[in-house]
Each structure stands twice: as C-alpha cells, then as structure tokens.
Design a protein around this ligand. Structure first.
Ligand code: 5GP
Length: 114
C-alpha cells in the first residue's frame, strides 16, 4: 500500500537519512531496510509520484539520474554487476509515492525477478 511521501521529508532534511550523494537534481541515500549488501535509493528533488508520470520535460533529469547511479555503483565497488529497479504503482510493489531508483549490488540476483 502506498504510504505518505516520506522522501519529501528526507529531501527537506525533516527526517534523517544516510545520504551518500546529492546535487541540484537528485539525492541518494542508503535504504533503511536493505535487500542487498548495497541498497541505495536515488530520488529526484522534483516531486514525481511514480514512473508513468514522467514526461519529455524530465529527460535530462532521468538521464542524469542514470549517470549518477552508475557513478555511485563504481564508488561503492559493485563493478561486477548491479541492478536498477523502479517499482511503478502498487502492483509492482511501490510503497513510497515519490519516483525512486533502487541501486542494488554486492550479491547475485535471480531472473526472472519476483
Ligand atoms: P518501493 O517499495 O516504494 O519501491 O521502495 C521504497 C523503499 O524505501 C523501500 O526499500 C524502503 O525500505 C525504503 N524506505 C522507506 N522508508 C524509508 C526511510 O524513512 N528511510 C530510508 N532510508 N528508506 C526508506
């Protein structure tokens, strides 16, 4: 079930997070409940509730977030492979209504995903 947008509170520093990267467009921090040895969440500062609400105006933002994700992966040493996941809406398991990329690494991942 979708909860409140707790990521807005992390963006405004109203609640703490283990932030590992930030710039004008996005913020990255460790997931509070990691599903892998490396589990980072990368979020845009812009409020976008979910993936199917992105538009042409977000092309630069989303491209930037992918580059940032790759750089964070390199910095955290998960160069043998990582997985990027975006859950869109409830059926895919989205719980926080703010677009976010999961960057997962440090273990093997199965396919197909669950
Ligand atoms: P979703 O299920 O929406 O794709 O992913 C939401 C993620 O946010 C989950 O992996 C969950 O553990 C993480 N999360 C939820 N609340 C917090 C929080 O307050 N702090 C941090 N760091 N992660 C959170």
């Amino acid at each position: 079930m979708l909860s409140e947008n707790i990521f807005l509170k992390i963006l405004s520093k109203e609640i703490p997070a283990n932030v590992i990267y930030e710039d004008d467009l996005c913020l990255a921090f460790h997931d509070i409940s990691p599903m892998a040895p490396v589990h980072v969440l990368l979020i845009p500062r812009k409020e976008i509730r979910t993936h199917d609400l992105i538009g042409e105006e977000d092309v630069t933002l989303l491209g930037h977030m992918h580059i940032v994700a790759a750089r964070i992966a390199a910095r955290l040493g998960i160069t043998e492979g990582y997985r990027l996941v975006v859950n869109c809406r409830e059926r895919a398991g989205q719980t926080v209504p703010h677009l976010h990329m999961h960057l997962l690494g440090g273990r093997d991942f199965g396919w197909p995903p669950g």
